[in-house]
Design a protein around this ligand. Structure first.
Ligand code: RM4
Ligand code: MN
Length: 388
């Protein structure tokens, strides 16, 4: 039997981090479709993120991307966020948008470029000190396009050297989260292409380094929950960048393409007891809303994670373990699917009511008038986008 009150308390303790860049204009290499009312400043992105938290109750932090969210005074920026009921979360470094990085950043053959990239990463730790952020998230576009272009081994050496220098700069409560991505923008080799590479570097660095699983960064058909289970077992799952993919790194709303996969992932997390914020797994969204309205898309994404989590928590673990032990394949699968096929929306509506928020976050947001307000107020200036 499932203890529903324990499920409710786990769901109310859940925390999901929002990406500042989800609120800016984005698109593909073909076109960025500008939307009215989009934030012009990092502060306005925080304002929008605070709305998502206000209507969901479980999204109290916002990840920033440097330099897109550069401000003069990061401590004041953190205070600004706190006044709006949220905090500044993970600091994402960006060493992929400068002409100098044509041949890579920390793995570039040119020591001058490597030093420049390293100094940006160290600056990101300074920013963490000012904002009180615990996590530095590193994703490298580094790699090569053609066989023979550079030495695979030499690039790993350069990467390891830079990571060690950043790791040495971390304070006691700070972590380095190393993200991997199969390909793009590099098409032949990527320097951190998979969880194994990331894990090898993290293990060499020490306990404050952990792997980030961006759900969109895998080949089609990859069993992501297996990777999650392995990283949890090794104590090196630093967190998720949640999003959905149909084809490549689509960055669509989490749970939109494959809610069953998200459920299977959350089952591994729940089984390992890693759902609670204290467990050290950061549940972040990394999404771009190219054509849909951004704030409700973020609300929907948070709700999708909650629904997958609720279903995972509804698995009758005793019945599952008994069926597994008995080798009863069909019974075990039935226990699993019963939970997945449960409509958890009434349960989550009840949870929201007990949390003092509207049981229907999307409708409540639309009713609030915030979307109309930002369209009339945010006139002039430059709308935030990937470059700002
Ligand atoms: C990368 C990676 C990073 C994200 C950037 C914008 O593909 O997923 O996590 O910060 O995109
Ligand atoms: Mn990511």
């Amino acid at each position: 039997m499932v203890d529903v009150s324990a499920v409710m308390s786990a769901l109310s303790a859940q925390r999901i981090e929002l990406p500042s860049w989800a609120f800016g204009n984005t698109g593909t290499r073909f076109k960025v479709f500008a939307q009215p009312g989009v934030p012009r400043t990092p502060q306005e992105k925080v304002d929008d993120a605070a709305q998502v938290h206000a209507f969901t109750g479980v999204a109290p932090s916002v990840a920033v991307h440097i330099p897109w969210d550069r401000v003069d005074d990061f401590a004041a920026f953190a205070a600004y966020a706190r006044e709006r009921g949220v905090s500044i979360g993970t600091v994402n470094a960006n060493v992929f948008q400068d002409d100098d990085y044509r041949l890579g950043s920390v793995a570039n053959p040119d020591p001058r470029v490597r030093a420049k990239a390293l100094s940006h990463l160290l600056e990101c730790v300074d920013i963490m000190d000012a904002t009180g952020s615990a996590d530095l998230k590193l994703w490298f576009a580094d790699g090569t396009n053609y066989p023979g272009q550079d030495s695979i081994t030499a690039r790993q050496e350069r990467l390891a050297e830079a990571l060690a220098a950043v790791y040495a700069r971390l304070g006691p409560g700070q972590r380095m989260l190393l993200e991997y991505k199969l390909f793009e923008p590099s098409f032949y080799t990527t320097d951190v292409p998979d969880w194994g590479t990331s894990l090898v570097h993290c293990l060499a660095l020490g306990p404050q380094a952990a792997v980030v699983v961006d759900t969109g960064h895998h080949a089609p058909g990859t069993n992501i929950e297996f990777i999650v289970a392995m990283l949890l077992r090794a104590g090196r799952l630093g967190g998720f960048d949640f999003n959905s993919r149909f084809y490549a790194d689509d960055d669509l709303m989490v749970g939109a393409a494959d809610p069953f996969q998200l459920f299977r992932i959350m089952h591994e997390v729940a089984t390992a007891g890693a759902l609670h914020p204290d467990a050290g797994v950061a549940f972040m969204l990394d999404q771009c809303h190219n054509i849909e309205p951004k704030i409700p898309a973020q609300i929907r994404s948070v709700m999708n994670v909650q629904e997958a989590t609720a279903k995972a928590l509804l698995i009758d673990t005793q019945a599952l373990a008994a069926a597994q032990q008995a080798g009863d394949i069909l019974a075990a699968n039935a226990v699993f699917m019963d939970a997945y096929n449960t409509d958890v929306r009434p349960l989550l509506a009840e949870l929201r009511t007990t949390m003092g928020i509207d049981p229907d976050p999307i409708t409540a947001y639309h009713r609030s008038g915030y979307a109309e307000k930002i369209i009339t107020q945010r006139i002039g200036g430059t709308a935030a986008s990937w470059g700002s």
